[in-house]
Design a protein around this ligand. Structure first.
Ligand code: KG4
Ligand code: ZN
Length: 397
């Protein structure tokens, strides 16, 4: 099989693909290998903060893992080794750039499946060393956090719901390296719940898109599913109870109609929990912003500027979830934004952009930086939090 032929190239066509951009612009190669996509991208960041995707190449390993019903780490790492060279070359060719047009090399250094992360990070180090360029180690979650800026002009700060296969968090985002976590899941991520319940319903891998399709024909009101953490007032999530209850109900489903109704109920329950916790976080964020604005010399949002709520990560591709969250944002007086679909699921454009923003701030990495299977975005909040610390025994997401 010609494996080099099956990349999908995504992204906005470059307006100035072969040029070097304006003075002070930064052109960065990004590499992403933390899960089951081998991806590379070239992004240009202008001095005024505008991002242009010059290329974005994604090789999905879905076919390699489908037979196992989930990602097999060893297979993933081997596939990254096979594909990384061709994917990076294709990203450079699509961008129409010579290697000397780059200003830096960004690679995901975690969190994720460490065997895969090591492949992309080592490749990035080799390119950076060979070209004498700065290396920028990027937290995969920081990539998702900036991904909405790939589609359109978005200024900091904003409130972010990051909802993917491995993570479910609410974050106040002021810029790269400057985020505060307002809530996280105490057990599973929302995407994980989608995937596991989809598997119990006999749907393929990855389960999220398949479950969304099935849910479209179902009646979400027929099954009563548990609601998590009802007594709590914080912005944390929990999906393990829903996952167990729905998986049990799936075993009892007799007909396609039963399965569609259950899929719709699951999607509604996940959307509802995301919306309820986001509602709390929107209120808390607004309060923090208001009190910051009252401080003299506050760098906070200008008066009259509409506050922004962003949803990013693979689960943000779900249309019901997008529209539920948009309604929640609107009810709180916030503008709402989700990245273009191609930048919701894993891609390297978000890694290149986070890398370029870090480079702009002078935040580069040592060449001996290590890959990290776990790496909370807001390390301070995570370390201070006894319920879900970032270590091995903490929450999975
Ligand atoms: O961001 P992502 O590509 O990888 C991680 O960093 O985890 O997210 C993948 C997750 C999977 O759990 C997948 O089932 C879910 O995003 N997903 C969806 C949809 N598309 C992808 N979940 C619900 N509805 C979708 N349309
Ligand atoms: Zn991701």
């Amino acid at each position: 099989m010609d494996r080099l032929a099956d990349y999908s190239s995504k992204g906005t066509p470059a307006t100035d693909p072969a040029g070097r951009g304006g003075a002070g612009d930064l052109t960065v190669l990004g590499i992403e290998t933390s899960c089951d996509e081998t991806a590379a991208s070239v992004v240009r960041l202008s001095t005024d903060g505008q991002a242009t995707v010059l290329s974005s190449v994604v090789h999905s390993q879905i076919e390699d893992h489908a037979a196992y019903g989930g990602v097999v780490p060893e297979i993933a790492a081997r596939s990254h080794v096979e594909m990384i060279d061709g994917v990076v070359r294709r990203a450079m060719t699509d961008a129409g750039l010579a290697w000397d047009a780059l200003d830096g090399v960004a690679a995901t250094a975690g969190p994720g499946l460490v065997g895969g992360v090591m492949v992309g990070l080592s490749f990035g180090k080799a390119v950076a060393l060979a070209l004498g360029l700065p290396l920028i180690a990027v937290n995969h979650l920081e990539g998702h956090a900036v991904s909405a800026r790939l589609g359109t002009r978005v200024d900091y700060p904003f409130l972010l719901l990051l909802v993917s296969g491995g993570h479910c968090q609410l974050l106040e985002v002021r810029g790269v390296g400057d985020m505060t976590r307002l809530g996280t899941t105490i057990d599973d991520a929302a995407g994980e719940a989608f995937d596991k319940i989809a598997k119990a319903l006999g749907l393929g891998y990855p389960g999220g898109p398949a479950l969304e399709k099935l849910a479209a024909t179902g009646d979400g009101a027929r099954f009563d599913l548990p609601r998590a953490l009802l007594g709590r007032k914080d912005c944390d999530f929990s999906f393990s109870g829903l996952k167990t209850a729905a998986s049990r109900l799936a075993q009892a489903c007799q007909t396609d109609g039963d399965r569609a109704d259950l899929a719709a109920a699951v999607q509604t329950a996940i959307a509802r929990q995301l919306s309820e916790r986001s509602d709390r976080a929107l209120k808390a964020y607004a309060e923090r912003q208001d009190s910051a604005l009252r401080q003299p010399d506050s760098p906070g949002q200008a008066a009259g500027e509409k506050r922004l709520f962003v949803v990013a990560g693979g689960v943000a591709a779900n249309r019901t979830i997008r529209s539920t969250l948009e309604a929640t944002a609107t009810a709180n007086g916030f503008a709402f934004l989700a990245p273009p679909m191609a930048y919701c699921t894993d891609n390297a454009a978000m890694i290149a952009l986070a890398g370029a923003e870090r480079l702009q701030k002078g935040l580069t990495s040592d060449i001996d930086i290590a890959a990290r299977p776990r790496w909370p975005l807001d390390e301070q909040s995570a370390l201070a939090d006894p319920v879900h610390p970032p270590g091995r025994k903490g929450a999975k997401a």
